[in-house]
Design a protein around this ligand. Structure first.
Ligand code: SF4
Length: 286
């Protein structure tokens, strides 16, 4: 369904110089961002604020989610220098709050958890007071892999459930809704100080009742922060957009989320799981 974007998607034009500067830095450091790989609509705004969500473990994923623009296939071996390069980028951008995510590496025994640990540890060691949020895959449900990341003590552990369970077979076939939900109580059991976060994209064919059911499941699983945004089709090869959810519906979901007890809910068409992440963290802590 190739349709015109609704008026609420009007965005500031990208500043080409800002983009060149950021992309130049990332290229020099052989670093990837989910901002670029997933064609995030907020890239211009985030790069102009000198923030980004760093993608570790390469830019090729072992899974085939139908909504995702990230490259799929046989990933390269883990780059041992990646944590060092990440530190360099954080120093250059003088970041106080860093979001680290990854492709899913089902080809690795620990799903790549040890690379997350190396990245968090080097930032902790070299950047005193830095705040770290990690947006992790499900590590195929491995508690040992999750324990390793928890022990590195990021401020926030984010894991997106992405959509409602009925749509998993067609939207994210290799994922498992119940397995993803188990991430949050496991984190809280291991370290209750770590804030838990999740996110969904809307407009894939879910009903309002299904979204509210997932929000209740997340609260029952002790998830504290929630992001809700509009799915945008990266290309005609990707899952079609079922509909554009109105800003009014997003704010209704925000209210429902707050009533369900989420510490904070970011819910609007252009919201993405790490968009304005530092602000959401600060609000949750206040
Ligand atoms: S697991 Fe993540 S990176 Fe891989 S295809 Fe799915 S959404 Fe994209």
């Amino acid at each position: 369904m190739k349709t015109r974007l609704p008026p609420w998607f009007k965005q500031k034009l990208l500043d080409p110089q800002v983009m060149l500067t950021m992309e130049g830095l990332l290229d020099r450091l052989s670093l990837h961002t989910i901002c670029q790989s997933a064609l995030c609509p907020n890239i211009g705004e985030c790069f102009s604020r000198k923030t980004a969500t760093f993608l570790i473990l390469g830019d090729v994923c072992t899974r085939h989610c139908r909504f995702c623009a990230v490259k799929k296939g046989q990933p390269l071996p883990v780059d041992e220098k990646e944590p060092q390069h990440l530190l360099k980028a954080v120093e250059t951008l003088n970041l106080r709050y860093v979001v680290i995510t990854s492709v899913t590496r089902d080809d690795l025994a620990d799903g790549g958890a040890s690379q997350f640990v190396r990245a968090i540890n080097i930032l902790r060691e070299k950047r005193k007071g830095i705040l770290v949020e990690v947006l992790i895959p499900d590590f195929l449900g491995s508690v040992e892999a999750l324990r390793a990341v928890v022990q590195a003590c990021p401020q926030i552990i984010n894991h997106n459930v992405e959509t409602v369970p009925r749509l998993y077979p067609e939207v994210r076939p290799e994922a498992d809704y119940r397995r993803s939900l188990r991430t949050f109580p496991t984190v809280k059991d291991l370290n209750p100080e770590i804030i838990t976060k999740s996110g969904l994209m809307l407009g894939l064919g879910e009903t309002k009742e299904e979204v509210v059911r997932v929000m209740k499941d997340l609260r029952e699983a002790d998830c504290e922060l929630l992001t809700l945004g509009q799915y945008l089709q990266p290309s005609s090869k990707h899952h079609p957009i079922a509909r554009y959810v109105s800003p009014g519906e997003f704010s209704e979901f925000k209210d429902i989320g707050k009533d369900l007890g989420f510490a904070e809910v970011a819910s609007a068409p252009l919201v993405r799981s790490s968009f304005k992440a530092a602000e959401l963290y600060t609000k949750a802590k206040s």
